[in-house]
Write a protein of this length. Structure first.
Length: 319
């Protein structure tokens, strides 16, 4: 039996934000919460009772400990965190806004500890002692060593027969579409679970605008066993290897948009771990709705809450 259900590694950051109606350039106070795509996924799964382990490099100071304390509180194992005496933790600033202004994000992550970590420093025995390894497309563009770490993780997982979950998660502020597509394509080959938004599928891989066609194209180019495609406000569609599955988004009053995609991925992984892809999609839209309805990147919930919310969502199977 594997030590963990899900493991991951990646950059953690601190999010500094102002509420809607306040401009960053005149702000005198900032709300601070820990963040990071991989952290968000693991924190949600740990709160659902899954055994999760996370590795990263953080500065050995109060800012680094904010992240670790939040993950520990969620139930994530953080014993593989590397405490660095050099480097820093990245930050990003959010100016929440309402129409006609869009929400603005400013990143400040140069020289972060994680970007200086090397593949040989990762605790591979720890990361691969798992049922599934979750990776994202945010890590490769952070530095040459981060790209090498993700490539090595995929190689080692294949070699040892460990399932890989990969969320494309394209960030245009990190790299161009062309470089992203060229880099990510070999990394998503034959993964167990591939997550990709319809927007990213079209932008990076030239997929069709119709969701079912786009999913089929992703299946063809990646040979992934299962593909989950997010459709923004329309919900999610997936191919489980035998049938199409679709789940509409749940109605929600949005408090904070950040982290909803990671929450959805956590819900799908929860279903995958239980051997039930359709239930995973229901958990995914339920967790995404919960993430949208609360402040912060890491969703705070429980398995009974998610199950109760998912039960009220209609199941739509297209065969």
């Amino acid at each position: 039996m594997s030590r963990f259900d899900v493991t991951s590694f990646g950059e953690a950051m601190l999010r500094l934000s102002v509420p809607a109606g306040v401009r960053l350039e005149t702000a005198r106070q900032l709300d601070m919460v820990p963040a990071g795509a991989e952290c968000n996924v693991l924190a949600a799964l740990a709160r659902l009772g899954r055994r999760c382990g996370w590795a990263s490099s953080l500065p050995d100071n109060a800012l680094g400990h904010i992240v670790v304390n939040a993950l520990r509180q969620a139930g994530v194992d953080v014993t593989a965190v590397h405490w660095s005496t050099t480097g820093r933790i990245g930050t990003y600033f959010i100016e929440f806004a309402v129409p006609p202004r869009p929400t603005q994000v400013i990143y400040d992550r140069a020289h972060a500890c994680m970007t200086q970590w090397q593949p040989q420093q990762l605790p591979w025995d720890y990361l691969l002692d798992t049922r599934i390894l979750h990776l994202t497309g945010i890590t490769p563009p952070l530095s040459a060593s981060c790209q090498a770490m993700v490539a090595e993780a995929v190689r080692r997982a294949r070699q040892q027969g460990v399932a890989v979950s990969f969320d494309v998660n394209f960030r245009h502020k990190l790299w161009t579409r062309e470089v992203a597509a060229q880099t990510l394509l070999p990394l998503i080959q034959e993964v167990e679970l591939l997550f990709c938004s319809l927007r990213d599928a079209r932008a990076l891989f030239g997929c069709a605008p119709e969701p079912e066609t786009a999913v089929q194209q992703l299946l063809d180019i990646s040979k992934a066993r299962q593909v989950v495609m997010t459709l923004a406000e329309e919900g999610v569609i997936g191919w489980d290897g035998a049938a199409w599955q679709r789940q509409p988004a749940l109605p929600v009053q949005i408090v904070d948009r950040i982290g909803a995609g990671d929450a959805l991925a956590a819900g799908v992984l929860q279903g995958w771990l239980a051997g039930d892809f359709a239930t995973g999609l229901r958990y995914g839209v339920a967790l995404a709705a919960l993430a949208l309805s609360q402040y912060g990147d890491m969703v705070v919930t429980s398995l009974p809450e998610v199950e109760n919310l998912a039960k009220n969502n209609n199941r739509d199977v297209m065969r």
